[in-house]
Structures are given as C-alpha cells and as structure tokens.
Design a protein around this ligand. Structure first.
Ligand code: NOJ
Ligand code: CA
Length: 695
C-alpha cells in the first residue's frame, strides 16, 4: 500500500513539469496486481490514476503485461515476443534489466483536423529485458498510459545476436478479461478492407482487421489498433479462444512477414479503453499523439476542400473510365463540370479515366497505365487552365491496379506533371484482390504482396513523401490502414479503407444503415475517410434504391470525418434537389472542435463540430434501421449568443425503405440553453448548421 501511494505522489510531481525521467523501484507492485495474483516487476498508471499497467515476468521468463481500470482487470496477463525465421524465438528466459518512467503533458496544433488543439497527456514506462541464456538478446518495451488508452511498442536495439530481425510472427497478446461483444471486419479476404462488420461475442472473433472494437458486459468500450505503421506489416487480430486475442501480422511473399535490421521499433500496439461509445470516439487522438510531429514544415498548401467529380457516372455504368462513346473524362464534359462546381462553390474536380490504360481488363494487370499520357479527347492542360480561371483545381487520379512496379517507375514524372499543371492533390487507387499487389521482391523479380504488408507500408510513404516534395496531397483508395501518420505527413489528407458510397452503386448487398453506425466506432477511429457522400438521387446503378433517407446523405458530411469531402452525385441530381443541396454547399470540412453528443456502437451517433476559424457549428446524426427520438442539449453553442439553426431532418413519415425522400427543412432561433429534438427515421439522419446572429 505504501509503495502505491509513493508512486502516485511521484506521478503528481512529474506531471507538473515537461518530460522527466526516473528509475523505478523494479519490485514495485500495485494492489490490483496483487489481487489478481499477478507478480508485477514494474507498474505505471494513467495520469488520472484510473488505468493501471503491470509488467510481469513469469516462471518461464516470459514477459507480459496486464491492465486494470478503476481496480477492475481489463486485460489479463498477456505475453509479448517474436518468432523469427532464422533464429530462436524471443519469448522465454527473459529478465528485467531496467525500468524508467517519465511523463508528458503537452498540447499541439493540427494544421487541419477534427480538433485544432490536441492534448498529449500520458505516463511512460520503458522496460528493458535481456535473455538469461547465451544469446543474451535484449528487447525494450515502451508503454504509454493515457487516461483512455494503453499503448506499447517494441524497440529492438542493435546487437550481435540480432542483426536482422526476420519476423515470422509478432507474439503479442491481448487477453480480454470480461466477456463482451465485438465489431470486426474479417482480415485476409479478397476485398481487402472493404467488408461489412461482423457483430459477435469476443470469443467468436475469427481474424479481424483493426480497429477492432469491443463492448464488455459491464459496458466498457475497447478498441485495438496500431499507430505509426512504418516499414512494418499491418497487424490483424486473431482469436485464441475465450478472450485471448493475438497479433496476426500481414504476410509477405518474400518469406518473413517483416524484415528489419536492428535497431528498429515496431508500430505502437494500442488499446483504447473508454467508459462509453462517445468517449471511445474522442479517444482517437491517441493515434495522433503516438506519431511524430509534422516533418513537412509549412503545409499551408494542404487544402481541406469540397470537391465534385467525373466519377459517379462510372459507378452507375452510364459513363466509362475507358475510351469510347461513354468516356467520362472528356475536355467538354470536364468544362461543364467545372462550370457547375464553380457556380456552387466547390474548389476541386476529380477526373477519373483521363489517362491511358483503362481499355481492356484494367484491374487484371495495371501494366498498361500511363500516368503522364491523356486520352486524346481529354486535354489536361486546357482543363487545368480553364479550372484555374474559375477557382476549381483538377484533382489528379492514379489508379494503379495495385501494380506498384509500374507506378513507382512513373511516379516522379507523374507527380512532376501535376505540379506543372497546378494540380495540388491526387487520389490514388490500388484495385486488386487482396494479396494481388505487384511489387519487386528482394531479388528484383516481381512478387505478389498484400495491401497491408511491409512492402505497401514503404510504398505509401514513398508516394506521400514524393508528393510532398511537389506540394501535392494524397488520398489513397484501397489503401493501407490509417495509423495516424497524417500528423507526421499532413499531406496524407484522407483515404478510403472500408466500404464507401460506391458500394451503394453496385454492390450486393449495399451498405445497410447499421453499417454506418458501426463504421463510426471502428474504421473512423483511425482517421479520415473519403466516403464520397451526398447521393441525393438515392439511387445506384439501374435505379436501384440506396438504403438511406435524404437527410442522412447530408448527415454524413458531419458524422463521417474527412477534410476533403466529395459531393459525389451527378450535377443533374443536385439540380433536381437544390434545397437539400444547400447544406452540402454550406457545410464546413475543417474543424476547431468535435463533440460526439450521443452514440451507441452499431445503433446511432450524433456529432457536433465547430467550423475551423469561424463561429458556425454543425451537427450531424445517423441511426441504424431503427427510428429514434432524442433531445440534444445545445450547450456546445457559445453562451449568450443567438444562432439561426438551419435544420434538415427526416420528415415525420420518412423511412429508408418506404419513404426515403421525405425531408423537412426549417429554421429556428436557438441558444446554448435550448435543446434540439432529434427524430431520426429508420435509416435516417439529421443535419444542422448553426449560424450566429447579431447579439
Ligand atoms: C476504386 C475506388 O474506390 C473508386 O473510387 C474508383 O473510382 C475506382 N477504384 C477506380 O479507380
Ligand atoms: Ca474502393
């Protein structure tokens, strides 16, 4: 007991200053550890004292950790280690050599984001272990304990008996103590990240992608993910039965899943731990805090914006990427689109299918793509010139079919062309089945890799850094997962990485309403998504219905975060829906503040966001297949100020199945002391803009 109090007092002292370090009493043991029968060799707590981490070494010399919250065990003793292809596993026979602690409480500013200011407040414990037998290999584990997360990474120092780590598997465990339910998208399936979520008991997880979200029986919300995925393979999570989850790294066709020379460090393994669903969403800043600060210097050239595109027509199959009578990317059509975009205040136009290579089976090989030659009916210089005159930038497009051999060969010239033409952002694409990435193997021959393997973590950073040299922002589709690297490289502006709106054009099944409310607490914890909302026609290919009300299409702009948001529908569909279209024209894309006001995983969410640098607030809400009524206090508004609330809500008779187009657009004057009644239809939504009025 005495030791615990001493430790708490030490934290108080440390929290006051900047980063300080001290050596711990390595025999320190918390009450919780003792109660759980855990023999801790070192311990640490979160700044608020709620989360406690205990580091263990068992009788076999296996290193483990355990986490409790408010005295209740959350993660039971879970082991750490590595399997190598050319050396004995790093797992047993370890002894703690040293443990040091430090604290940090700092705030930093995002160039763009959901919050202008992000606070990084954590306690750190760094433990070094060494093998007791003759190999004497050493491994450091750095833990950071936030009020709403525990994160750790391995650091393998340079050493004679581990010059190169040929990692076959990372033996990281997460032992979930309480029973619970989980939302997870399956890993290693052909459509990469793009799967509806399974909702199963934790014990029923197969192999899931991260973020993988859980709610335990007592209501605790957990999510496992990673931060700073650099030159390493993406982590999935596999069930080992009961509550045991284990890291399952993405394979490589070259043998080991990861090959790295020491010294190096792995990505952070992160467990968000929050009392409820909104708090889980707010915990997403942890991934940013675990990444390095901006390395690009002045990034004022990275522009959050709303854009339109020559895009939805291809997904409807009324236009084509390839050449021929239905070719979408023609100079004439692009100019008409630029006119429309400019008239309605959009500053970007994505044009897909402008470059040679789409004829034939483009997703089969990707060898035919040229990233510098346009089809003859698309004059790229003329289109960019015309757009510039109207304040509409061309948004570049590089579909690679996941052939990164072909793409990387052309990358400098392709980006130089955009730079010359004033194109300041590019959407990239990696359409190929999972495991179908064509890369160069170690011997220079072509090999097939996974979208989230080590080869792709290198590739994406190469594209992002090459683009940054030319002041170009990058938005990959079929990407590698987001692990917060946008903090370090703020030109990594958005990405896809789940089922976007395109699935509502042609997929079977389409995205059911429940999916969006799961997405917010899984994929969206990791970072922005180029979801491409705003299909006001509410119809996909062949006039098939989209499972959404009209108001829900507007709500996406606030609920599904991205600093670049597409108005994805055809101009004629906006022309036919000018009243709801007004919200898409008005909505902001960059924020000072974000607050999830209400939410439940897979059920509903209501989010308020304050426009960056302005006094306007926006609110968006969505529900699953169930209609819901709630009352939302407007206490986020500035006190004493009156606001005009421009409300776009489901009509009283709206239902995504029977009456999706029923919408009410109304205005009210409100204050921070008021509450907003929110009635969401089945598959519905709400979108509100709050504009301050004179005092
Ligand atoms: C898949 C992307 O998600 C989509 O937006 C794009 O239109 C196609 N690939 C073609 O590049
Ligand atoms: Ca896609």
């Amino acid at each position: 007991m005495r030791l615990v109090r001493l430790a708490a007092a030490a934290w108080l002292m440390l929290a006051a200053g900047p980063v300080l370090a001290q050596t711990t009493d390595a025999t320190q043991q918390s009450d919780v550890a003792q109660a759980a029968g855990i023999n801790a060799v070192a311990s640490a707590t979160s700044p608020d004292g709620q989360l406690a981490l205990n580091l263990t070494v068992n009788g076999e010399g296996r290193v483990g950790y355990a986490v409790s919250r408010a005295g209740q065990p959350v993660i039971g003793e879970s082991h750490l280690g590595f399997l190598f292809s050319d050396s004995r596993q790093l797992l047993r026979n370890m002894a703690l050599q040293s443990a040091t602690k430090s604290s940090k409480d700092e705030s930093w500013t995002q160039p763009w984001g959901e919050w202008r200011t992000v606070r990084d407040n954590h306690n750190e414990l760094v433990a070094t272990f060494a093998e007791k037998d003759k190999l004497r290999r050493t491994m450091r584990v750095r833990f950071r304990i936030f009020d709403n997360a525990v994160a750790f990474r391995y650091e393998l120092p340079e050493q004679p008996n581990l010059k190169t780590a040929n990692i076959v598997e990372e033996l990281t465990q997460f032992r979930i103590v309480e029973q619970g339910e989980a939302w997870w998208a399956p890993a290693f399936e052909s459509n990469r990240e793009e799967y509806l979520y399974n909702h199963s008991p934790v014990a029923g997880i197969g192999i899931g992608q991260t973020p993988l979200t859980m709610r335990t029986r007592s209501g605790l919300h957990l999510s496992i993910h990673e931060a700073a995925l650099i030159d390493y393979s993406g982590m999935n999570v596999a069930s080992g039965g009961g509550g045991l989850l284990k890291a399952a790294l993405t394979p490589s066709s070259s043998g080991p899943k990861v090959v790295r020379d020491t010294p190096f460090e792995t990505p952070w393994r992160v467990i968000l731990i929050a009392p409820d669903a909104p708090a889980l969403y707010h915990a997403n800043t942890v991934f940013l805090n675990l990444n390095e600060p901006n390395k690009l210097g002045d990034v004022s050239w990275v522009k959050p914006r709303k854009y339109m595109g020559i895009w939805w027509g291809m997904h409807l199959d009324t236009q084509t990427w390839n050449s021929g009578p239905k070719h979408g990317a023609t100079t004439a059509y692009a100019k008409r689109m630029i006119d429309f975009a400019a008239r309605h205040g959009f500053s970007g136009l994505l044009v897909e299918g402008w470059n040679k290579g789409w004829d034939g089976d483009w997703f089969a090989t990707g060898d035919d793509f040229s990233f510098t030659e346009a089809y003859p009916d698309f004059d790229i210089a003329e289109v960019t010139r015309y757009g510039r005159g109207k304040g509409v930038r061309l948004i570049g497009h590089h579909e690679t079919s996941a052939n990164i051999v072909n793409y990387e060969r052309q990358l400098p010239a392709a980006l130089d062309l955009y730079r010359r033409l004033g194109v300041d952002s590019v959407k990239t694409g990696y359409v190929a089945d999972a495991g179908g990435v064509q890369a160069l193997g170690p011997d220079g021959r072509r090999v097939f890799e996974w979208h989230e393997g080590q080869a792709m973590s290198r590739h994406h950073l190469k594209v992002v850094t090459e683009a940054a040299k030319r002041r170009i922002a990058v938005n990959p589709h079929e990407p590698i997962k987001d692990t917060g690297l946008r903090r370090t490289y703020p030109n990594w502006i958005s990405r896809e990485g789940q089922r976007g709106m395109e699935y509502n054009a042609w997929a079977e099944p389409k995205n059911p309403p429940r999916y969006d409310t799961e997405l917010l607490f899984t994929r969206m914890l990791s970072g922005p998504m180029d979801f491409t909302p705003g299909i006001l026609s509410l119809t996909g290919r062949g006039n098939t219905p989209i499972p959404s009300t009209l108001a829900r299409q507007l709500a996406y702009y606030v609920t599904i975060y991205s600093p670049i948001q597409m108005a994805a529908d055809l101009p004629e569909n906006y022309g036919a829906n000018m009243a709801p279209f007004q919200f898409i024209k008005d909505v902001a894309v960059d924020w000072d503040d974000t607050r999830m006001l209400a939410g439940s995983v897979g059920d509903y969410a209501v989010i308020a966001r304050k426009e960056r640098g302005k006094a306007n607030w926006f609110l968006g809400g969505i529900t699953d297949e169930e209609a819901r009524t709630m009352t939302v206090p407007l206490s986020f508004l500035q006190t004493g100020r009156r606001y005009r609330a421009e409300i776009y809500r489901d009509g009283d008779d709206a239902d995504f199945r029977t009456n999706p187009r029923s919408i009410v657009i109304e205005r009210r004057v409100v204050r921070s002391t008021d509450s907003l009644p929110v009635r969401l239809a089945a598959g519905g939504g709400i979108a509100v803009r709050f504009v301050p009025l004179g005092r």
